[in-house]
Each structure stands twice: as C-alpha cells, then as structure tokens.
Design a binder for this molecule. Structure first.
Ligand SMILES: [Zn+2]
Length: 433
C-alpha cells in the first residue's frame, strides 16, 4: 500500500515541481537585461542610461518575485515527496526480512551491476564517475584480492540469459577496474550509434556490423544480416514517396533490384524461399498492398523489430543479455516484494521460520519474459530438481528427479511409479525444462 501511495506522490511531484516556469522567468529577466544593455550601448549618453535603468527596475523586480514564487512551489513539492519517501520506507523496513540480507557483503557485486547498467544504457559519463567513486581504498583492495577474472567483451557467447548477473564466487572481482569499462563503453557507443541510425531508417551501419560479425551470428543461428538486407530491399522497393530518397535509378524498383543482385547471393543457401518471394513480388509492384505479398511488404513495425534483434545480437556477442540484469532484478524484485512482505508477516504471526535458503516458499507473480529457469518438482520426492539432481525423462514419458529414480531402481532396472512400464536406468534421459 505504501508503494501505491508513493507512486501517487511521485506523480504529484513530477506534475507540480516543474522548473520550466522558473526557467522561463530567468530567460525573461536575461532578455530584459540584454535589451537594456544594447539600448545603453547604442545611445551612449548618460541621460538614456539612467532612463533605461529606471525603467528596468519595476519589471525586473516583478520577474524576480515571480521566479521566487515558482521556485517555492518546487521546493514545497520536493519537501512533500521527501516526507512520503520517509513514511514509505520506514513502514517497509519493519516488515522486510532485514536479518537475512544475502547482498550485504557483496557491495562490489552491486556496484558492478550498477556500473554495467549505466554503461549499457549509454550513460557513459555517469558510469565513469560512478566507477571512480565506487573504487575501494587501496588497503581494502590489497586485503581481499581475488584471482583476477575479467569481463572483457569477447566473441564467446553464453546461452544463459542474464549471464552477467550470475557469477560464481571465484569470479567476483574485488574492484571495478576489471569491468573493462573503457572497452565496454566503446562497444556500447558503437551500438547506440548504429541504433540511432536505425531510428532514422538508415540500415547501412547495422548491415555493415552484421556482415563483419556474420560468422559469429550464423553460429548463433541468427538471421539478422538477412533480415536487415531484406528490409533494405523492401525499403528501396517502396520508392521515393515512402523512403524520401532521391528519385533515381538507385531507388525504387530498379534500385531494389540492383541491391538484391549485389547482396542476396550470399543468402541463397539459407533463405532461397524468401528471396524467391521477394522477386515474385516484383510482378505486383503497382499494387503490392492487395497482392499475396502485401504482408511481407508491410514494414510499419519492421525497423523497431530489427532494432530489437540487433540489440539482442550485439549484446550476446559481448557475452551479455539483451536486458540489463540490474533492470530485470530490480523489476522482478519490486513485483515479488509484496508477496514476500505478506509471507513474512504471516510467518512471524505464526512464529514459524523460513527454513529453505535456496527457494521461495510461495509463488511469485512474474511475467513470462522474466522467467529464465523452469522449476520442476519431482512427483515422487516432492523436491525441486537442482543441477546435481536434474529431472530425467523415462522412455514412457514420465519425468522424475534422478535421485528418485535411483532410489526406486533395483540394480539397473526400474519400474515407473506412474505406469506399468519398466526399463533400465540408463535409458532415462536428462531433460532441460
Ligand atoms: Zn511411466
């Protein structure tokens, strides 16, 4: 409840505490002063000077008073929001499990996540100041030196989604220098410059990048390079009225054809069918929208889509997830927090304790996009499967935890607990859900 109230108060703050009115006042004052200065300089006689200055007095005072009252409104709103922040957090403090804070000793990890987030958001200056100021003092660094493991951009790709959020203990660097922030900064600067061009409907820098990295992209099974080239073809095909480029042989149907001849060869093997569709659409060029190819040539959302896949692929070649792990963790945390608070107050009332350290004792209402690991509870042992005790599927299709199967088995043979089939333990296959 406190959070809902906080959100309302924040809306109130953003609507009332606007500095724009004060800025306008200041601009007007500057304008009055500059005008007066010009007048004095132009006339160059004492009489005009004193007259101009006298005339200036009242309007300037008026504007200054206006500025003060505008600023007062801002201060008032800020004070009010400050109060609601204090109320909200003092309420929350009592109900959260403060006695168990797994991140308490991990300030470097948290700082690293924040620095990473700033870098990938393109906030390079803020990131570099943050990294500088979050650097531990030299003595502290010496006493807790870990083996150095770096997060330098590499062409290796990990399949785990928020890969930079999950780090084994040995990987935790003792300071932020190992973040290779300069290399990351330049990578993300490239990414943002390509994204800016994409926003302006200029696909060429993105195509250039995809071509340079085509080996890695293909290894990932990505179609990004073809999708970009295909979009470039359609964009040219639609001609000057659509793309705003000059009306010449490089544009329109002839420009698209030439582009296809120069660029589509490399995709013949993997995308022949799509290339055939694009060429067949030529026949319908006067009335494409009503043709069977209309939907392929509807590219109203295409630039946004390729920008999304470009960001995903770019980050994955850096070994990073497309979404900032800090953003995902903070959002998921905020969504799950009310449940946690509720659970905590209930168990406290019943005087029971939270016994499982690795799992939550209740459902958390997260959207699908934020679920990275499926959870499987073995129907025999009623335990959640883990990396060391993974789910296995029997040839009959029933799934249990490996340890349960081993307990059920007599020697090499087992009998399925859910159907009459029998088999040997080695026929059970580990599955990833
Ligand atoms: Zn079975």
């Amino acid at each position: 409840m406190a959070f809902l109230q906080l959100q309302k108060d924040l809306e109130k703050l953003t609507s009332s505490a606007q500095l724009s009115n004060a800025e306008e006042d200041v601009d007007k004052i500057i304008e009055l002063l500059t005008d007066a200065r010009e007048k004095v300089a132009a006339a160059n006689d004492p009489h005009t000077t004193s007259l101009t200055l006298t005339k200036l007095q009242n309007p300037i005072k008026e504007k200054l008073d206006g500025l003060n009252s505008d600023l007062k409104l801002v201060y008032k709103a800020q004070n009010e929001f400050n109060k609601s922040l204090k109320t909200a957090f003092s309420k929350a403090k009592g109900s959260l499990p403060t006695e168990h804070d797994p991140m308490e000793a991990q300030s470097t990890l948290i700082n690293r996540a924040i620095a990473m987030h700033l870098l990938r958001e393109g906030q390079f200056e803020v990131a570099s100041t943050f990294i500088q100021e979050a650097q531990p003092t030299p003595e502290a660094t010496q006493s807790q030196q870990f083996s150095s493991s770096t997060l330098e951009p590499s062409t290796s790709h990990r399949s785990q989604p928020p890969s930079d959020a999950i780090i084994a203990d040995a990987d935790i660097p003792s300071d932020l220098t190992s973040l290779q922030s300069k290399a990351l900064e330049s990578s993300f600067a490239d990414m943002y410059s390509i994204l800016r061009e994409l926003k302006e409907q200029n696909l060429l820098p993105a195509i250039h990048w995809a071509r340079e990295n085509h080996v890695e992209l293909e290894a990932r099974g990505s179609n990004l390079e073809f999708e970009l080239c295909k979009l470039q073809f359609i964009w040219l095909f639609k001609g000057p009225a659509f793309n705003g480029l000059p009306d010449n042989s490089d544009n329109g149907v002839s420009g698209a054809l030439r582009y296809a001849r120069e660029n589509f060869n490399r995709f013949q093997l993997r995308h022949l069918r799509e290339i055939q569709q694009l060429s067949a659409a030529m026949v319908y060029s006067p009335n494409l929208i009503d043709s069977p190819y209309g939907s392929i040539f509807d590219i109203s959302a295409a630039f946004e889509e390729v920008a999304g896949s470009f960001t995903r692929e770019f980050c994955s070649l850096l070994g990073l997830s497309a979404e900032s792990p800090l953003y995902v963790a903070a959002t998921a945390g905020a969504l799950a927090l009310p449940q946690l608070v509720k659970y905590n107050s209930k168990t406290k009332a019943r005087n029971t304790e939270w016994t499982t350290a690795n799992e939550l004792a209740f459902e958390t209402p997260l959207p699908r996009s934020m679920m990275y690991h499926s959870i499987f509870v073995c129907p025999v042992s009623k335990e959640q499967t883990t990396e060391t005790n993974p789910p296995v599927i029997l040839p009959c299709g029933h799934v249990l935890a490996r340890e349960s199967l081993q307990r059920l088995a007599k020697g090499n043979r087992y009998k399925c607990p859910y159907c009459p089939s029998e088999g040997t333990v080695k026929d059970a296959k580990e599955i990833i859900l």
